[in-house]
Design a protein around this ligand. Sequence first.
Ligand code: HSE
Length: 298
Amino acid sequence: DSIKVFAPGTVANVACGFDVIGLAMNAPGDEMVVRRTSQPGIRIKAIHGADLPTDPARNVASVAVQALLQKYDQPDTGIEIEIFKHIHPGSGIGSSAASSAGAVVAVNHLLGEPFTKKQLVRFAMEGERLACGSAHADNVAPAILGGFTLVRSYRPLDITTLHTPAELWVTVIHPQIEVKTSDAREILKQKVLMTDAIRQWGNVGAMVAALYQEDYDLISRSLEDVIVEPIRSILIPAFQELKLRCKEAGALGGGISGSGPSVFMLSKGETNARKVAETMNSVYAPLGVDYKIYVSRV
Ligand code: HSE
């Protein structure tokens, strides 16, 4: 009664889609081994590769599983979770989401799939609430459902998957500086200008159309965020130069991954995505900041 799951890294926000559009990557991703035990309660057996709480009340995976077991009406089911982290916590590529999502997918399987994938998103969101104080779904939804996802509404929760163009690749640079999601949310303005809102929803609509039409030029034009990026980008070293140089190197466009500090760029095809990785490297190498770069199919 045990299962091993792969929990993918995710890019939330996807430029114009703050809190609503996310995408899943093939790599990096965490691995988790989840077992049913006769001893009641949830236990975090070990976490390899990161210094994270193993207290079940403070770990996102166990909190998400607890939400699932409550709904299943068997809160005393015995579950043991072992996590092999490959996604750096605080990277902006959905580290907490991967743990929450992987855990609920695994437990749902061990219980004989009583819940749909969309129902699992709601449980995983409880992990996000613990991680940053806000139960956003734009990382956990793509981590569970795969590809691109869109949150139409939070209340009631209404999530849909979007088409993923066949040749879409993502390149992510993770500067090893700390940006806390809770801080990155706190600095945002609570009101937006009507002119900015019009531009943003124009971009969101166009992005969705472009994904279905596999129209890479339209994807490129709609990868623009006039509301959140201007505020958050000041937290990321050389952000404007990075974006400009990546676009010159052939990227369709990109932005801040989740709440940062990672930055993502979308490209048509692997060759372009790897060229973008080289460009990211040449922008960041002189800065004296440690960083990691990932290239993955969406
Ligand atoms: N949409 C969330 C935010 C994602 O940007 O705050 C956090 O990873």
